[in-house]
Design a protein around this ligand. Structure first.
Ligand SMILES: NC(=O)c1ccc[n+]([C@@H]2O[C@H](COP(=O)([O-])OP(=O)(O)OC[C@H]3O[C@@H](n4cnc5c(N)ncnc54)[C@H](O)[C@@H]3O)[C@@H](O)[C@H]2O)c1
Length: 366
């Protein structure tokens, strides 16, 4: 592939306006990126027009125009629509042989996520998933510490995420509030954390035991629409193929947004603190007998602590490499497992018992 990446953007909502629009228009920090938008597709024609207006070569378009647009052979399709529509668009783009970046979560059901793993294996196009949190400087540092053996073999993790009150409310008032649209917080939100845990532990989730509650957001009260059917408080024990276990909680309505994660290894303990709104983050490594000193990790500028900029910069390089080349992107199978873990957590909570996490059959490795 030579010349700028020719991109079709599907979905002209908040994510498109904050990240993909600036990327495609070359606004700072994206002024050096070799990309060009061909079309902006949305069910809301006004939204498509508004986003396309900032992109010199892009035409606003409707979903029914997509076959024609794909027939022109764009280099990349970006899917940034509500989660439940990811499957159809990604399947359509991959069937047309076109590289596709799907926003997280890959899909809202395990079946759809696994079907996309197969669609990727069968397509000359390539499926990438926007698990952008892998790209922050903090998360790369933690991954390097763990894979470098600084705490020995990782045997356990305690990951506690707090969702701010305003963010919780936005999930309960936008499309995310309906499980069929978002997969629930265990998919649309927790997929970030479930992916980070599996990446850091270098292991596949194999079983879960979970308990979900709805503590604050009762449908039909306090401006919460009556169709809201998701849970706001998640607790899970996740078992991994390596023998490691992780305790995961998501707590809503908190004063701050971010997480504390303590990783326990055979030779030490590492505690990570991530503040989603301000910095710095901290990594506190405790090996041997000393208490260790917490290291501050600066919060990088830009959306999602610089993660989006790094991810989109990596994207152009990845698409110019042969399939199978090492990349920091979650593989389709890893992204599918994040969905499968979240949905298994929901099923476990509903059925009141430990359940296995289904595994995708990956076929030919990418
Ligand atoms: N990676 C991250 O950190 C991150 C952050 C925010 C959102 N997201 C993801 O980005 C995606 C978009 O989220 P958002 O906040 O921009 O949502 P949004 O509601 O602001 O925007 C969605 C857009 O898609 C359009 N749309 C809805 N259904 C459609 C369909 N079937 N076909 C075409 N267009 C359709 C809507 O009209 C709207 O313009 C979601 O998958 C979300 O999970 C990821």
């Amino acid at each position: 592939m030579t010349g700028p990446l020719r991109v079709v953007l599907i979905g002209a909502g908040l994510r498109a306006r904050k990240v993909y629009g600036p990327w495609l228009s070359g606004r700072p920090p994206y002024q050096d990126q070799p990309v060009r938008a061909l079309a902006v597709v949305d069910t809301d024609s006004r939204a498509a027009r508004e986003v396309a207006a900032h992109l010199p070569d892009a035409a606003p378009a409707r979903p029914q125009d997509l076959d024609r647009i794909l027939a022109d052979g764009p280099d990349l399709v970006v899917v940034a629509t509500p989660d439940a529509s990811h499957y159809d668009y990604a399947a359509q783009a991959l069937a047309a042989g076109i590289a596709t970046l799907v926003e997280k979560p890959l899909a809202t059901t395990t079946e759809d996520a696994f079907a996309l793993v197969h669609a990727d294996a069968a397509s000359p196009g390539r499926l990438l998933v926007g698990h952008n949190l892998r790209f922050t400087n903090l998360h790369r540092k933690v991954h390097a510490l763990l894979t470098g053996g600084h705490i020995g073999t990782v045997t356990g993790a305690d990951f506690h995420y707090t969702l701010s009150a305003s963010h919780t409310r936005s999930y309960y008032t936008r499309w995310h509030r309906v499980r069929a649209a978002s997969g629930g917080l265990e998919v649309t939100k927790a997929c970030h954390h479930l992916d980070l845990l599996a990446w850091w532990l270098d292991a596949q989730p194999s079983a879960v035991t979970a308990e979900f509650e709805r503590r604050h957001h009762l449908p039909g009260t306090d401006g919460i629409p009556a169709d809201a059917d998701i849970h706001d408080s998640l607790h899970a024990l996740i078992e991994y193929t390596s023998g490691a276990t992780a305790r995961y909680t998501l707590t809503p309505n908190a004063p701050t947004e971010g997480y504390t994660c303590t990783l326990t290894g055979t030779a030490g303990v590492c505690t990570v603190r991530y503040d989603a709104r301000s910095g710095p983050h901290t990594v506190h490594l405790h090996t041997g007998s000393g208490g260790g000193t917490p290291q501050q990790v600066a919060r990088e500028d830009g959306t999602h602590a610089g993660a989006d900029h790094r991810m989109l910069t990596a994207l152009t390089h990845v698409l110019r490499q042969p399939p199978g080349a090492p990349a920091q992107f979650a593989t389709p199978a890893e992204a599918a497992l994040a969905v499968a873990t979240g949905t298994a957590m929901y099923d476990s909570s509903r059925r009141g018992r430990r359940l296995p996490v289904p595994q995708p059959r990956t076929g030919e490795p990418r």
